[in-house]
Design a protein around this ligand. Structure first.
Ligand SMILES: Cc1cc2nc3c(=O)[nH]c(=O)nc-3n(C[C@H](O)[C@H](O)[C@H](O)COP(=O)(O)OP(=O)(O)OC[C@H]3O[C@@H](n4cnc5c(N)ncnc54)[C@H](O)[C@@H]3O)c2cc1C
Length: 392
């Protein structure tokens, strides 16, 4: 480990103000690095849904800034039970969630908007530059110059591409084209809703392969719902109103409260997304540019790890930049430590997603809920502080 405490870079441009980019900015700034976030959107628009934060992701966020996790716990819902049901509403399995006891952090379900708000509020507002779409960059031995559409260029020591699954930075750096469509579409919504089957601190997955619906308590009386099904191509179902009426057709016969919840959700906030990933890369970094989160390792959302692994990336990158002898070494360690782990998680997510849509998908998910201990141990026993201290 290096004696001096000065990081190997002074100025960093993080491209993308999603949850990975924001968390990374907090981590880098804590190390004394002048990190700025450049986001193409004119405002930080939350995805109208909730997501699950798992012990590994929460431990990474805690290592970045312990008070973040406290704030998130106040704002979300700590999961106590997961229920599996079929589409007639019959409960086929219930699992008590004991992650907190086993791994020191729970499974926390939270609204996207709350997560984004909490992360953004931990940063000085002037370092988040909205309306900055990165269109290109050029690098030499000493710096990288980043170009934005209609904005001034910036010159920095390092660029972090945290610009999501369709990353412009990845295209310039690697050039591997469009994401790989996995044959399934997803729709998500968020609504204040109460129903006898939607208990606080519980999540329910309803399955009738090749379709499924998840309903999660996200706190404050809100339910986040997600519907997925096999679709031959990734084209949209149409306008917001068309999407809602098609969903009502596809899921209208499902047991209550599925049709009622879709019906009660404002069509304009339903988010439609193809489920896609990309094959793993053997390197994320070239010179003074690297990748993070979905830009580096997009995965099927089957085991809820996309955001969680982005937090791991952000924490580790900040530690390597602070402690490695030089930038080349920092990025080499980052690639070495992150690629292998995320490759395994990508592969597991792809397999699990694919399997759940087969005719016996329900049986597979029951089995996964019963006996997934070995993989969960490996995934959730993530110890950020130990990783950072043994690195150089
Ligand atoms: C249906 C579904 C459910 C999911 N559920 C979960 C879950 O429960 N748990 C979990 O951990 N993960 C979940 N995920 C995955 C999670 O959403 C992603 O892994 C996570 O959002 C990745 O964060 P990111 O910051 O890398 O990318 P993003 O969140 O995609 O953010 C990228 C940002 O970059 C910006 N941007 C893009 N291009 C440019 C450019 N050229 N210049 C500047 N800015 C740009 C975008 O506007 C965006 O703000 C789910 C995903 C889906 C589709």
């Amino acid at each position: 480990m290096r004696e001096t405490s000065k990081p190997v870079v002074e100025k960093v441009a993080i491209i993308g103000g999603g949850i990975g980019g924001l968390a990374t900015a907090i981590a880098l700034r804590k190390q004394g690095i002048d990190a700025h976030v450049y986001e193409k959107a004119r405002e930080l628009r939350p995805v109208g849904a909730g997501l699950s934060l798992n012990p590994n992701g929460l431990k990474a966020l805690e290592a970045i800034k312990p008070s973040l996790v406290e704030q998130l716990k106040q704002a979300g819902s700590i999961l106590k039970f997961i229920n599996l049901r079929n589409n007639t509403g019959e409960t086929t399995q219930q699992k008590k969630i004991t992650l907190m006891e086993k791994y020191g952090q729970p499974m926390l379900i939270i609204r996207w908007s709350k997560l984004q708000e909490i992360l953004a509020s931990a940063l000085p507002p002037e370092i988040i530059h909205l309306n900055h779409r990165c269109v290109s960059f050029t690098q030499n031995h000493n710096s990288v110059t980043v170009e934005f559409e209609g904005q001034k260029t910036v010159e920095v020591d390092l660029v972090v591409g945290a610009d999501g699954i369709k990353s412009a930075v990845r295209q310039i750096l690697i050039g591997d084209g469009e994401p790989r469509y996995l044959g399934r579409m997803s729709w998500r919504g968020l609504i204040r809703y109460s129903h006898e089957l939607l208990a606080a601190n519980e999540a329910t997955a309803m399955i009738a392969a090749p379709k499924n619906v998840t309903l999660m308590d996200v706190g404050d009386g809100y339910i986040s719902w997600g519907a997925k099904m096999l679709c031959v191509d990734d084209s949209s179902l149409g306008s917001a109103a068309d999407i809602k009426s098609r969903l009502l057709k596809e899921f209208g016969e499902w047991a209550s409260p599925v049709p009622e919840i879709i019906e009660a959700t404002d069509a304009e906030i339903i988010v439609e997304r193809p489920i896609s990933d990309r094959p793993p890369l053997s390197s994320w970094s070239k010179g003074r540019v690297t990748l993070l989160g979905d830009a580096a390792h997009p995965m099927s959302p089957s085991i809820g790890q996309g955001a969680n692994t982005a937090f791991e990336d952000g924490y580790e990158l900040s530690e390597y930049l602070a402690k490695a002898p030089n930038l080349e070494a920092a990025l080499a360690i980052y690639d070495e430590n992150r690629i292998e782990r995320t490759q395994i998680i990508q592969a597991r997510s792809a397999f699990s997603g694919n399997r759940a849509y087969k005719p016996d998908g329900e049986k597979y998910l029951q089995e996964r809920l019963r006996s997934n201990e070995e993989f969960e141990d490996w995934l959730y026993k993530y110890e950020p502080l130990a990783i950072a201290s043994r690195m150089v």
